[in-house]
Write a protein that binds this ligand. Sequence first.
Ligand SMILES: Cc1cc2nc3c(=O)[nH]c(=O)nc-3n(C[C@H](O)[C@H](O)[C@H](O)COP(=O)(O)OP(=O)(O)OC[C@H]3O[C@@H](n4cnc5c(N)ncnc54)[C@H](O)[C@@H]3O)c2cc1C
Length: 416
Amino acid sequence: MRYSAWTLIRQAFSGQQGWTPAWRDVKPQDHYDVVVVGGGGHGLATAYYLAKVHGLTRVAVVEKGYVGSGNVGRNTTIIRSNYLLPGNTPFYEWSLKLWEGLEQDINFNAMVSQRGVLNLFHSDAQRDAFARRGNAMRIAGVDAELLGREDVRSLVPHLDFDNARFPVKGGLLQPRGGTVRHDAVAWGYARAADALGVDIIQDCEVTGIRVTGGRAVGLETTRGYIGAGKIGLAAAGNSSRVAAMAGLRLPIESHVLQAFVSESIKPLIDTVVTFGAGHFYISQSDKGGLVFGGDIDGYNSYAQRGSLSLVEHMMEEGVSLMPMLGRLRMVRSWGGVMDMSMDGSPIIDRTPVQGLYLNCGWCYGGFKATPASGWCFAHTIARDEAHALNAAYRLDRFATGRLIDEKGAGAQPNLH
Ligand SMILES: Cc1cc2nc3c(=O)[nH]c(=O)nc-3n(C[C@H](O)[C@H](O)[C@H](O)COP(=O)(O)OP(=O)(O)OC[C@H]3O[C@@H](n4cnc5c(N)ncnc54)[C@H](O)[C@@H]3O)c2cc1C
């Protein structure tokens, strides 16, 4: 069923009885050409591009919960491509370009909103660092504008510009950055992949990976054994656990990251703002709630819930940046499990096990990468070689030392 204004009108006149399920509820088949583990944004996008770009339609996505139950439905919805390093910039810019055409491509309203992403700076040294980043972006063909204090004030007047410790001195703006409704991305890719013949199998946990003669040949699951020509792992925060089933030990730590939503208020912020003196980012949803988040909880966990100490820390950061937030009531918070890599950059690569491919290490920032990650992972699986855009995201870079340390933070997940 194609979604359009015409379909809406027709359904309105027929009592809304004609809508069909967005994707089929299927039983797993015995064997697929490709099985993708993880029905999050990355796994579903991979399946979609495998079918659409590479013509592979005997493909399944197996998901232990329901589509959207992982980080794809838990993030703070920010998209951007304001990267500095050559390994990262073209990949994230391609992702932003795919976001710009996504809704037409998958025929689904994902509420892509290019409202801008503004990174504030609070010292002269930080301004220099942001100017360098902005210049690098512009050289790479990415949009960037360095704003002075008064430019920022006209965009977001409610900040504490004269904070004694962290005065706002200006900001780096990427006008094409913004937000996308996160769970709609999962639903949209699932629906579009299903329409091309991909089987989306929910409530199907992978419990083992069968490896014969150094080659991955299938998956043990809670719904029986599924044979596979190739297997792609896109399990985000559970990547280490799933890869261990094939004997792989990954350079990944899993940490909880929390998000918060306030009560709905009248329009207050029409861009995304990040606090440069702490780690805090805020935007406003179309329903009016302020959506924000900050640091990871700082201890390893697979639980999708966070700790109270970070709640307090996040509120302190928010109130330092926008004192008026102290008058708001918080209505919701939740946690997601982050796959933190040791240099803060992702891995999209083959593995030492033949026929087994890996997509992980997304840290805080994998939502914005969803389209390009799916695009590149599909290419890597279908052609058995990296796409130029993910050539740097190798698994062996942690052995060879060719790290992509965007923040210059070293091997410390809590600082990425
Ligand atoms: C609070 C929070 C805020 C964030 N904010 C942003 C942001 O603003 N911008 C941004 O770019 N990124 C953000 N991120 C990061 C981003 O959400 C993730 O990097 C990204 O969603 C990870 O990829 P995914 O969508 O495929 O993951 P997921 O949706 O987690 O998909 C992985 C799936 O694998 C499944 N799975 C795991 N183990 C198994 C198994 N054994 N068998 C079968 N299935 C399995 C899980 O159930 C899950 O559904 C945020 C994350 C969180 C938690």
